[in-house]
Design a protein around this ligand. Structure first.
Ligand code: CU
Length: 360
């Protein structure tokens, strides 16, 4: 017990020395006083929870030619895909283990739902259509797919699919909105953190007000066990548990719409369908230089709010936003939790013919 206590004191001294004090000696003393348990046991247990911190960060670590690589990056097309006709919409995804770029020159070993990286493809259906989902597991371990748009027994439909196997299930998309889908195989934190997520848009049977452009943004964060520059990084589970991301992204790649802005013409209404995939972080969606004309908070398409500046999209949730911008310019869209802008969750909406770029 004495040795454990000494180790704990040394660790506290180390934390203090590097400026990462988890708790002070005073608060330790206070917690001892408040504890009814034998003093030597409880504080040691509390220390054990903290000895894994601090964690190495690779935030913002990119190769020297990052600007060049960012320009050369083929930005993920954020355009909402068209609807399909008919009562039944077949969706086929073949999961693949693959390394993809998540920031300029930074590669990560993902588990990719459809074999081209994260997020998976946007599924777009109309309210009342039936989705027939076939998941083929081309990876090394079991995976599954959980649609938040479905009302269905999850133990049946969202079951694990073994490597080399396929599984098909159907659900009727009776609830309009924008929903997350993700792998629900344990540990879910690891499967989502490795890129197993995407968005399904269920357009309402009764049309929303007209929009001229519609974009889908899936927000997520990445936890790296290395910088990903010379060799692909993999998941650092301790960082995922501590919510200490290295990168945060819209559509899987840091700052991609800063270099390759989304576009609109002056006076057009632009609609953003936003999902916060997490695995853990919310996204505080905001467009700099304007105010939401309509915000369907929490993806509830039966009512919208007007004149709203920022809306929290919870991890595992979605929301829809309309902006009508008359004045040409570069309008950043961000998670206004600015630590996440710093890590890459920012893009630009370029309205009209504007030269140059900006970061926010
Ligand atoms: Cu999975």
């Amino acid at each position: 017990m004495a040795i454990k206590g000494m180790i704990a004191l040394v660790l506290v001294a180390v934390f203090a020395a590097i400026g990462a004090v988890v708790f002070s000696l005073d608060s330790m003393a206070a917690s001892r006083d408040e504890s009814n348990a034998p003093a030597a046991v409880e504080p040691a247990a509390a220390h054990d929870h903290n000895v894994a911190l601090p964690l190495a960060s690779f935030a913002g670590t990119v190769p020297e030619n990052a600007d060049e690589l960012a320009k050369a990056h083929d930005a993920s097309d954020a355009t909402l895909p068209p609807l399909q006709s008919g009562d039944l919409v077949r969706v086929q995804m073949t999961l693949k283990d693959m390394a993809v770029q998540i920031a300029p020159g930074v590669t990560y070993n993902t588990w990719a739902f459809d074999g081209h990286g994260a997020p998976g493809p946007v599924v777009h259906v109309r309210e009342g259509q039936t989705v027939e989902m076939t998941l083929t597991n081309g990876g090394a371990i079991p995976h599954s797919i959980d649609f938040h748009a479905a009302r269905i027994a999850p133990n049946v439909a969202f079951k694990d699919v073994d490597p080399g196997e396929s599984f098909t299930f159907r659900f009727k998309a009776n609830d309009a909105g924008v929903f997350m889908y993700h792998c629900g195989t344990k540990p879910v934190l690891a499967h989502i953190a490795n890129g197993m997520y995407g968005a399904i848009v269920v357009s309402p049977a009764k049309a929303l007000p007209k929009a001229d452009r519609e974009y889908v943004l899936v927000a997520s964060e990445w936890y790296l066990n290395g910088d990903g520059i010379d060799e692909p990084a993999s998941l650092d589970m301790a960082k995922a548990r501590a919510t200490a991301p290295d990168w945060t992204t819209f559509n899987g790649y840091a700052n991609q719409y800063v270099t390759h802005p989304l576009t609109a013409d002056p006076g057009e209404t632009v609609r953003f369908w936003v999902v916060a995939a997490g695995p853990t972080l919310d996204t505080n969606f905001h467009v700099v230089g304007t105010i939401f004309d309509r915000a369907w908070v929490n993806g509830d398409l039966t009512q919208f709010q007007r004149g709203v500046q920022t809306v929290a999209v919870p991890a595992g949730g979605g929301a829809v936003f309309d902006v009508k911008i008359d004045e040409p310019g570069l309008y950043p869209f961000v998670s206004h939790a600015f630590a996440h802008v710093d890590l890459g969750q920012v893009g630009l909406l370029k309205v009209g013919k504007v030269d140059g770029s900006m970061s926010h």
